[in-house]
Design a binder for this molecule. Structure first.
Ligand SMILES: NC(=O)c1ccc[n+]([C@@H]2O[C@H](COP(=O)([O-])OP(=O)(O)OC[C@H]3O[C@@H](n4cnc5c(N)ncnc54)[C@H](OP(=O)(O)O)[C@@H]3O)[C@@H](O)[C@H]2O)c1
Length: 279
């Protein structure tokens, strides 16, 4: 990938900031001396300094003064205060990217000032291993060049797609919360393995290989999941026995209802009005 040649400042040096720093460096988009991270915890900053040789600061206002790109990676509930602190300090050339769950771009613009160029991104947890899924939308002042920049940054930690803000709550429910749905399936498979006397470590390896193999098969075949499911299910066989229990339990309807509930909760939390927060 082509180097960004930009000074990137992370506000908040937690899990997601660390994942992104790792991705930016590993993909050679940035050199360590073009990245600065801030945090209220000196311990966190020391960790990132030692691991990645990036610059660190405990002063958000000073840190953003030389930034081309500001990445807001604090928890949603502290974001209004952080934006108020940065209002008037972010250079006019700088793009501000927020990864805070449930904070819509009108809120960011209101808190940072109406001229702020903002982008909202919804990443997910597997970004920690550079296998994330991210969606982003542009604020009113952001343009195609900003979209290209955000795409290349989040590509360094996995898959990325641009959508309208109106879809961000759905994305939060699908890919943002999505890893939890897969972990729950893993938990169920492990519980069954325990009941059947299969060694826990062996069971986890089988479960992992099964889930990642099913994903790869869907990707390479291009077939819809319902067709793949049909092909693996012989009439009267073992898979059919399992699926009939799942159908009796209305598991498919329950999954859909669960995802819609997550979308509805995201909508409640991310209303267009500043001051609302979510996670
Ligand atoms: N983790 C995920 O899977 C995930 C997925 C999608 C989106 N996100 C979003 O990503 C954002 C970051 O999440 P995370 O999991 O990386 O959170 P995190 O690990 O808690 O990191 C946030 C860091 O910011 C620090 N901080 C708090 N106030 C600050 C301030 N005023 N200035 C500078 N730093 C400050 C926190 O310190 P203290 O801990 O001492 O307060 C913490 O070290 C959140 O908005 C979240 O909604 C996360």
């Amino acid at each position: 990938m082509k180097p960004l040649n930009k000074n990137v400042v992370f506000i908040g040096a937690g899990n997601m900031a660390e994942a992104l720093v790792r991705g930016l460096l590993a993909s050679r988009l940035c050199e360590p001396d073009s990245i600065t991270v801030t945090d209220i915890s000196e311990e966190r900053l020391r960790r990132l300094r030692e691991s990645f040789k990036v610059g660190t600061s405990r002063n958000n206002r000073d840190a953003v003064s030389g930034a081309d790109l500001v990445l807001l990676a604090v928890k949603p509930q502290v974001l209004p205060g952080v934006c108020a602190e940065l209002n008037g300090c972010v250079p006019a050339r700088a793009l501000v990217v927020s990864i805070a769950a449930g904070i819509a771009t009108p809120s960011l613009e209101q808190w940072l000032g109406p001229d702020a160029r903002v982008v909202r991104v919804m990443p997910n947890m597997p970004a920690l291993v550079r296998e994330g899924a991210s969606a982003f939308c542009l604020g009113r002042q952001a343009g195609p060049e900003d979209a290209r920049l955000v795409k290349s940054i989040f590509k360094s930690v996995g898959f990325v797609v641009r959508l309208d803000e109106s879809q961000m709550d759905a994305v939060t429910a699908l890919s943002g919360s999505g890893p939890a749905y897969v972990f729950m399936l893993m938990e169920a498979m492990r519980a069954a393995a325990r009941d059947m006397g299969v060694d826990e470590t062996v069971a986890q390896s089988l479960v992992n290989a099964t889930i990642s193999g099913a994903v790869r098969l869907q990707e390479t075949s291009g077939l819809p999941p319902e067709e793949l499911r049909r092909r693996v299910t012989s009439p009267g066989g073992t898979t059919a026995a399992a699926l009939s229990v799942l159908e009796r339990g209305k598991v498919m309807d329950t999954w859909v209802a669960a995802i819609l509930a997550a979308r509805n909760r995201a909508s409640e939390l991310s209303g267009p009005v500043a001051g609302q927060t979510g996670a």
